[in-house]
Design a protein around this ligand. Structure first.
Ligand code: 0VR
Length: 250
């Protein structure tokens, strides 16, 4: 059994780290490279940078942000947000990303996943699923949470892994930024149907939340708010998880 990874997430808009709730009301929380260096120092096992730039200019600075974060990071780096195809993925990987997160473009054209896996290896291909609870179940949402789809999270995860996704970044849109804890039902549903690593995301506010997600089958736990707001350091999270009997990397 691999040790679970603790993954801080930098939501970056136009070159600045931002944080909101349910993808709205975004506030500036710092410089990406400074945040990355702090988390690496604290013992993060991996870092996710999610580019949610609204402007073309912001998307142009994305590669500069990746280069600056890469320069200070000594752990794997996954970059997502606005990745539309092979060229975008290649540019990110060439500038220091180890993995690329894809959401909207993969829902629009699922064959993109197999083309990415064939070209770069499936370990580089992270399918990002943003899911919203609905009467029919957990519905996949795209376009930064602004677009509902007919896809249900678990069945989309199965299809995507079959097409080459090597990992699933599973974000509860309902829990994002709320500090209410991960959506464990969503996690259990996806965990039950795929055998690739699953990263729990959205809602973390305590080590108890993280331990619960790990117990529900998460291979990694991602958090943004609690790290950016300084509630907990990665080091404190790891110490508290060890006290709970969860073995994590030193
Ligand atoms: P926390 O609840 O703060 O730990 O959030 C973790 C995770 O939900 C966020 O880092 C990130 O996935 C939110 N995503 C998006 C977004 C935030 C704002 C705008 C767009 C998006 O497209 O994923």
């Amino acid at each position: 059994m691999l040790m679970p990874r603790i993954i801080p997430c930098l939501d970056v808009r136009d070159g600045r780290v931002v944080k909101g709730t349910r993808f709205k009301n975004l506030r500036d929380t710092g410089d990406p490279a400074e945040c990355a260096a702090r988390y690496a120092e604290q013992g993060a096992d991996e870092l996710v940078v999610l580019d949610i730039s609204a402007t073309l200019e912001g998307r142009r600075t994305r590669l500069e942000t990746v280069r600056r974060v890469r320069a200070v990071l000594n752990v794997p780096l996954c970059v997502g947000g606005g990745v539309r195809g092979i060229e975008d993925a290649e540019a990110l990987l060439a500038n220091g990303a180890d993995k690329v997160g894809i959401n909207t473009a993969a829902v629009a054209d699922p064959t993109l996943l197999s083309r990415l896996a064939d070209r770069f290896g499936r370990q580089c291909v992270v399918l990002s699923i943003d899911a919203q609870r609905s009467a029919e179940g957990y519905r996949v949402v795209t376009h930064s949470g602004n677009q509902g789809t007919a896809r249900l999270a678990a069945e989309w995860a199965v299809e995507a892994v079959g097409r080459g996704a090597g990992e699933i970044l599973l974000t509860s849109h309902d829990r994002d930024g709320t500090r209410e804890g991960y959506d464990l039902d969503l996690l259990a549903e996806v965990r039950a149907v795929v055998d690739v690593p699953v990263i729990a995301s959205g809602g973390a506010a305590s080590t108890a939340h993280m331990a619960a997600a790990i117990a529900a089958g998460a291979d990694a736990v991602l958090a943004a708010s609690i790290f950016h707001d300084g509630d907990l350091s990665v080091m404190e999270v790891k110490h508290q998880l060890r006290e709970r009997g969860v073995e994590v990397r030193r």
